[in-house]
Write a protein that binds this ligand. Structure first.
Ligand code: KIV
Ligand code: ZN
Length: 451
């Protein structure tokens, strides 16, 4: 295996391991729809399912294998003939089929789950890979629970499956137990000790039980793995798999540390995440890196002020680079005058500083009560300025006389009967173009004013 090669194979298992997460099962039409999106996204391998698991999964793998022609299509099989035959039956029409065989190798799995000896495991691994190889050139082998397997025995099994014809050795951290330094060492050990390793690809498959799936995957890549197994939004068994978008964007944003390339088209990341969420009905956690709704949202006044001047102050990648339509400034109690003024302007209102100060004080009190100030709240708050004296609204206290008197501060010739401009019912708004840096004193003042 050429580790000097910097191209990393992206093996997407959203349709197999991802689908195994509670609430994420998909029928074959849904799988096919997502497979088309994974193809557009540019992944190299789509693991379409586990054909022996159900007739539905068999059909899904079969139709994906027939229809999606660019990427490799993989199907999972346990290390036994019926599984391998069923997988091959589903995969055989693929332009580029791959049989993926899994067999546990840790003592705890051998003793309690499989109830076989190490010797029997070694023989089963060898035989199943030989059989798969007689059907398909491209065979991946996964020693399940590799990170809790005795490294000597692990290398013995890997020697045997390479000899039997495996082309990819996938090293799963099945229970999400390892940590980056240990996993990197394990990959280095495998590279040093397994015979014929230079002719096969080492792959990493990490689960997120300790929240380290992506960090462990990156450590494996740094140690020589050239395939990563991952899922959209990090879905997967229990705490999930390493998230595709986090791995890919780590390699892009920190290319200085991870100088590797992938075939992923960044602009298709967010659409893939949205499609998955729509199909499964499982929402993305708001603070999920890259694809969560808050990943490009800013509420703190200091941050909003910086973002309005230059988005690079608080964003390490552009939302567009991952297909997110725009950064959002969310109006809440942490927002500053700068963001409030910009939003008022976007809604068609300009205020001088005194007027804005007054609105700002009331805005903060309101935000304390209702958390997120939506455009319609803000419009009501502005309209309140023009209410005839004595009338009251449940949400807002009247603005001070200063603002009411400052007719010039509100939209000219505004009448209370006039309808408000149409605005989306959201407090999140797009970041305008950066402010030119030609007035430094003004900008410093804006900074203090922004919070
Ligand atoms: O986590 C795991 O061990 C797996 C294997 C099938 C690779 O998903
Ligand atoms: Zn897994």
């Amino acid at each position: 295996m050429a580790t000097e090669q910097s191209r990393i194979t992206i093996f997407d298992t959203t349709l197999r391991d991802g689908e195994q997460s509670p609430g994420c099962s998909m029928n074959h039409q849904e799988k096919l729809r997502l497979a088309h999106q994974l193809d557009r996204l540019g992944v190299d391998v789509i693991e379409a399912g586990f054909p022996i698991a159900s007739d539905g999964d068999f059909e899904a793998v079969k139709v994906i294998a027939k229809v999606i022609r660019r990427p490799i299509i993989a199907g999972l099989a346990r290390a036994c003939r019926p599984d391998i035959e069923r997988a091959w039956e589903a995969l055989k029409d693929a332009a580029r089929p791959r049989i993926h065989i899994v067999l546990a190798t840790s003592d705890i799995h051998l003793k309690y789950k499989l109830r076989i000896t190490r010797e029997a495991c070694l023989a089963q691994a060898r035989e199943s890979v030989s059989f798969a190889k007689s059907l398909c050139d491209d065979v991946e082998f996964s020693p399940e629970d590799a990170t809790r397997t005795d490294p000597d025995f692990l290398c013995q099994v890997l020697d045997a499956v390479v000899e039997a014809g495996a082309t990819t050795l996938n090293i799963p951290d099945t229970v999400g137990y390892t940590v980056p330094s240990e996993f990197g060492d394990l990959i280095a050990t495998i590279r040093r000790r397994v015979k014929g390793i230079e002719n096969v690809t080492i792959s990493a498959h990490c689960h997120n039980d300790l929240g380290m799936a992506v960090a462990n995957t990156m450590a494996a890549v740094a140690a020589g793995a050239r395939q990563v197994e991952c899922t959209i939004n990090g879905i997967g068994e229990r705490a999930g798999n390493a998230s595709l978008e986090e791995i890919v964007m780590t390699m892009r944003v920190r290319h200085d540390r991870y100088p590797y390339e992938t075939g992923v088209v960044g602009e298709h990341i967010f659409p893939a995440s949205q499609m998955l969420s729509e199909i499964t009905g499982v929402p993305v956690q708001p603070n999920k890196a890259i694809t969560g709704r808050n990943a490009f949202a800013h509420e703190a006044g200091i941050h909003q002020d910086g973002m309005l001047k230059n988005p690079l102050t608080y964003e390490i990648m552009t939302p567009h680079s991952v297909g997110v339509p725009d950064s959002k400034l969310v109006l809440g109690k942490h927002s500053g005058r700068h963001a409030l003024a910009i939003r008022c302007e976007q809604l068609g209102y300009q205020f001088d500083r005194r007027a804005l100060d007054d609105i700002y004080r009331r805005f903060v009190r309101l935000a304390d009560k209702i958390k997120h100030v939506e455009d319609h709240h803000l419009l009501e708050l502005i309209r309140d300025t023009h209410k005839p004296a004595g009338s009251a609204t449940p949400l807002f206290e009247p603005l001070s006389a200063t603002v009411a008197a400052a007719g010039a501060a509100s939209p000219s010739s505004y009448e209370s009967s006039k309808p408000f401009p149409m605005a989306p019912q959201t407090s999140a708004f797009a970041v305008p173009a950066p402010i030119a840096a030609d007035h430094p004193e003004q900008q410093q003042e804006d900074y203090l004013w922004g919070v």
